[in-house]
Design a protein. Structure first.
Length: 227
């Protein structure tokens, strides 16, 4: 099944590769909240930060989107008339710029590509549920354990059976913005988790022992999740 899905992904990528490739430097905006996009973007490489800004001026992360994702999805699939959030390049990124109707027509006439996209969005939905689950935790420690589990599954590169290196450079403020707590609390809790061997930090990259993280929160069912 995985090999089939990989081949399906290539069909969608090959279609998108016919369109102009744009380069976005880190922190450059793609869309502003409320903006009506001129085109959709398919992420060839890099990571896009999706976020909101509260009335108090605080940044709240909605998600990080990586290779193979179409943005902004709500506008693209007719669920909103404009971009619902802000979209910025979190890293230097390359994106194909594709007219909305061209994408819709391609999906409507190519079942293989549509299947690939469905699988991708099923993974994104599962990731969003995990993010929401982390936000629902009452204790800062549990919020962190759950969000690191989510990040390890979404962006982690396996180092061994239970250890993943998150392939994103995340400051303590970035993590705080993901789960709605202060940077100072994140710093204090990460220090404790580092002492227990659950998390290690290397130059703003985090190495997560998912086995220890799951045991700490008592939710071993998450070890079967595949994003």
């Amino acid at each position: 099944m995985t090999d089939t899905l990989n081949r399906n992904d290539e069909i969608l990528k090959n279609f998108c590769a016919k369109y102009p490739l744009r380069h976005f430097k880190k922190d450059r905006p793609l869309f502003y909240q409320g903006e009506v996009p001129q085109t959709a973007f398919f992420i060839k490489s890099g990571v896009i930060k999706v976020y909101n800004i509260t009335a108090g001026g605080e940044e709240k992360i909605v998600s990080y989107e990586a290779d193979g994702t179409l943005v902004p999805s709500g506008w693209l699939f007719g669920k909103s008339p404009a971009a619902l959030f802000y979209y910025d390049a979190f890293t230097d990124s390359q994106l194909y710029s594709i007219p909305k109707q061209d994408l819709i027509n391609f999906m409507n006439t190519n079942q293989v590509a549509a299947t690939s996209l469905l699988d991708h969005y099923a993974s994104m939905y599962t990731a969003a549920i995990m993010h929401l689950h982390a936000l629902e935790q009452s204790r800062a420690r549990d919020k962190l354990l759950h969000i690191f589990q989510y990040l390890a599954l979404r962006f982690g590169k396996p180092m061994d059976k239970n250890t993943y290196k998150i392939d994103l450079r995340l400051t303590h403020q970035d993590i705080a913005n993901l789960i709605g707590i202060t940077r100072e609390t994140v710093t204090a809790e990460i220090s404790k988790l580092s002492k227990s061997g659950t998390i290690k930090s290397e130059n703003l990259h985090y190495i997560v022992d998912t086995n220890k993280a799951l045991r700490a929160v008592g939710e071993n069912d998450f070890d079967q999740v595949n994003l």
